[in-house]
Design a protein. Structure first.
Lengths: 184, 237
């Protein structure tokens, strides 16, 4: 769907036109479910998230303001917020083993230049974001991508790349600051 | 222009690394800090292209009919042409008047609400002495009222049907005599009045109440584990 079609669909939803919601669903539900599934990681839960997200899109469509941002971005934010509130409110957070975390922290806190494997395939279609992410070192880039795409908490990222929690937090903080400067 | 703290928290919010409680906090702050809301929108726009990296997955055939059913229910429930009316016109009016700031506003609203409840016969209350208005953390819209018929008998009345995930429940909490650990008052059913027994700890002025999002059988720890969605304090009327 084009950006203009997105905006038009949301404005039609705001007027109470249920066909517009169906058009949006038919065109975008597979991509949106893909995004939700990466974050919540269970098929049934991801469909629940998409259900709730579409109900939210319908009920909140009138609050979408095309002057403040794209309809596409608005819809993706509704879906990601729904998915994140599912995983952050759920049990996944607790499954990160606190003792294991502390052990990693103690053992590896000296290491700064972390060797993090390239796990995400970036591509030119990401535009400027691709250029700016490519300028980050692998550890910062991977931490940011694990968080945004896979919905990982700081603790989960620390476990995945076997790095101290504090270090991961610092990577993300500095990586995000660099991204913001680069994209400005 | 957002300051450094707002930029950082907006970035982490959009990235998704914040805890449920911090997420709820950011959502509440966005209502009153336009710079933070703008910073969040800017981060959403910056990172949005990354959603392309998730492979598309076709939903099951039943999903659209589930959505259509829920949407039809919402639309029928609001029986108004615009789908946005999750809040009644009265509630929006209150929001517009910013009655929710400060205790004075709150007690005024409580007495107003009393009148409304009587008029609309949501319930015929036997001379309430206390009132609690529980407002949403996110937009300060009133979500529940608690009416005390006496200091011992209290009824929690929803002003609408709170939208929560199917695998979650709402749990009501208070702090008795300012004690640090919260006391659970039970898991509540969305959209239904709930009677509370206050015989062990009488309701008092300024007693705090909160509703958090929990697993279906309530918090496993005996303390709130999910985000606080609604909160309010007891007002003597």
């Amino acid at each position: 769907m084009t950006d203009a079609a997105y905006d038009a669909a949301l404005m039609a939803c705001a007027r109470g036109d249920q066909t517009a919601l169906r058009v949006l669903y038919d065109a975008e539900s597979a991509r949106l479910l893909g995004v939700a599934l990466r974050i919540v990681r269970e098929r049934a839960a991801a469909e629940d998230v998409l259900h709730d997200a579409f109900v939210n899109i319908w009920t909140k469509a009138a609050s979408f303001d095309a002057a403040r941002g794209s309809g596409r971005g608005w819809v993706y934010s509704v879906v990601r917020n729904q998915a994140l509130s599912h995983v952050r409110g759920g049990t996944r957070e607790v499954t990160v083993d606190e003792e294991a975390m502390e052990a990693i922290d103690a053992q590896a806190s000296a290491q700064t230049a972390h060797d993090v494997a390239q796990v995400f395939e970036l591509n030119a279609s990401l535009g400027k974001l691709n250029d700016c992410l490519s300028k980050l070192d692998a550890a910062k880039r991977t931490s940011i991508l694990y968080a945004y795409i896979d919905g990982c908490s700081h603790g989960e990222i620390a476990q995945r790349i076997n790095a101290p929690l504090g270090t991961v937090k610092a990577w993300i903080r500095r990586g995000m600051a660099s991204l913001q400067d680069c994209m400005a | 222009m957002a300051n450094a703290e707002q930029q950082r928290i907006a970035g982490e919010y959009v990235l998704g690394t914040l805890s449920a409680a911090s997420r709820a906090q950011v959502q509440a702050r966005m209502q009153r800090e336009p710079e933070l809301a703008a910073a969040v929108r800017a981060w959403e726009a910056r990172l949005q292209p990354l959603t392309q990296l998730a492979a598309a997955v076709t939903p099951s055939d039943q999903l659209w009919s589930r959505i259509a059913r829920s949407v039809a229910q919402r639309t029928a429930a609001s029986n108004a042409p615009r789908p946005q009316v999750q809040h009644s016109p009265l509630q929006r009016w209150w929001n517009n008047l910013s009655l929710w700031r400060g205790a004075a506003g709150l007690s005024f609203a409580a007495s107003l609400l009393m009148g409304t409840l009587l008029l609309t016969r949501v319930q015929a209350p036997p001379a309430p002495q206390y009132m609690v208005v529980l407002v949403a953390a996110q937009d300060k819209a009133p979500g529940f009222v608690m009416q005390a018929a006496s200091a011992q008998r209290v009824r929690l009345i929803p002003l609408g049907v709170a939208q929560i995930p199917a695998d979650k429940a709402l749990e009501l909490w208070t702090h008795v005599d300012g004690a640090k650990p919260a006391t659970s008052l039970g898991v509540i059913k969305p959209g239904q009045p709930f009677d509370l027994d206050f015989s062990k700890f009488p309701i008092k002025p300024d007693m705090p109440f909160a509703i958090s999002l929990e697993p279906p059988t309530g918090s496993p720890t005996g303390q709130p584990t999910g985000p606080v969605l609604y909160s309010g304090k007891a007002v003597k009327i």
